[in-house]
Write a protein of this length. Structure first.
Length: 366
């Protein structure tokens, strides 16, 4: 009994201790188990980690696959968009080319139209300038011939209205020159040539009726005193009738007395050459006076004031020398001559130099 080993139940159960606290005999027998446990735990941990890693890897692969698929779709979409953009760019380039071509055509047409409008406007302006210049030169000639400023005023105002209707800036200097010439004409007074010519024509018609001095002297010589022009003696009181021979003797005596007075006549002669003119020379005297007046008329038409005054002075001298100053017709002719000389003026119709120079500049296109 004593040889039997002691019962294990009688032995006290050692408390669970860690491997470090085990006795050396127990650690030797429990080490493989622990190692196996640790290895199992490590393996399980590795498997778990591998599973987790594999799961993460799968998730990452799935994400990469999805991203790759998305990237492919985006790439395809981007390629499609790029192709559409290229198509749109080509279409836009084609449209731009067409638009540029049309724009070039429109610009060319506009340039041609502007050139045509400028050509038409220039041609119209040149025609207007030529017409105005011709009208002004014609009015200048009319004013010089007629001695009247009205043709110049009318021509300048008409030109001013035409330039205002044209509304061309290049004609503005012409309009200013016209205004200056109108102001000059408003301050100018010239000879009334038409009125002078009318008075000269009237004076020429009066020459044929003017009495000469020699005709007046002859009429005075032929007039007898005691003729019918002499006043009749006052009627005497009724008396006895004279004898029949007394009236005859009285008439014979008066006739003899008149003849004696006609043989000898004493008078003052201021113009002896005028009285010595023969009766047939009066015709040439009147024609000479008419010639002087006609020369004055031509000088007035030619705007030769001094020559006209000289001819009028000669006509006045001939009128006072050879014609009867007591005659009313001679007095009327002398008065008419004085009026003509008083209306003679030296100033001529002003020239439109400013307007003509401006028109020449506008016609030259400067």
């Amino acid at each position: 009994m004593s040889d039997m080993p002691p019962s294990t139940s009688a032995l006290p159960t050692p408390p669970a201790a860690s491997a470090g606290s085990l006795p050396s005999g127990a650690s030797a027998s429990g080490t493989p188990y622990v190692a196996l446990t640790l290895a199992t735990l490590l393996a399980l941990g590795g498997l778990a980690s591998s599973a987790l890693l594999w799961q993460k890897l799968n998730h990452i692969q799935e994400q990469l696959a999805r991203q790759s698929a998305d990237s492919g779709a985006l790439a395809n979409q981007a390629q499609a968009t790029a192709r559409e953009a290229q198509d749109l760019a080509r279409d836009a380039a084609a449209r731009l080319t067409v638009a540029e071509t049309r724009l070039g055509e429109v610009a060319l047409q506009r340039t041609q139209l502007e050139e045509l409008m400028q050509s038409l406007s220039r041609s119209r302006d040149e025609t207007l300038v030529v017409d105005i210049e011709s009208a002004l030169r014609l009015a200048q000639q009319q004013a010089e011939l007629a001695g009247n400023l009205q043709p110049l005023v009318v021509a300048l105002k008409s030109a001013q209205q035409r330039i205002e209707r044209a509304a061309q800036p290049r004609l503005t200097p012409v309009q200013r020159a016209i205004e200056r010439d109108l102001e000059v004409l408003a301050r100018t007074h010239v000879t009334d040539t038409a009125g002078l010519l009318a008075r000269l024509d009237e004076l020429v018609r009066l020459v044929d009726d003017l009495p000469t001095l020699n005709a007046v002297a002859q009429a005075a010589t032929m007039r007898r005193p005691g003729s019918a022009d002499a006043p009749a003696p006052a009627a005497a009181a009724p008396a006895e009738p004279p004898p029949w021979w007394q009236p005859a003797l009285q008439r014979a005596w008066e006739a003899l007395r008149d003849e004696a007075r006609g043989l000898l006549r004493i008078s003052r002669i201021d113009q002896p050459d005028a009285l010595l003119l023969a009766p047939d020379q009066a015709f040439f005297l009147r024609e000479n006076l008419k010639l002087k007046l006609l020369n004055a008329r031509l000088a007035v038409l030619a705007r030769q004031t001094e020559a006209a005054r000289s001819d009028l002075g000669n006509a006045t001298a001939a009128l006072n020398k050879y014609f009867d100053p007591a005659s009313r017709r001679t007095q009327n002719a002398a008065t008419l001559l004085q009026q003509i000389q008083a209306h003679m003026k030296n100033n001529e119709a002003p020239r439109l130099d400013d307007t003509l120079a401006a028109l020449a500049t506008a016609a030259a296109g400067r």
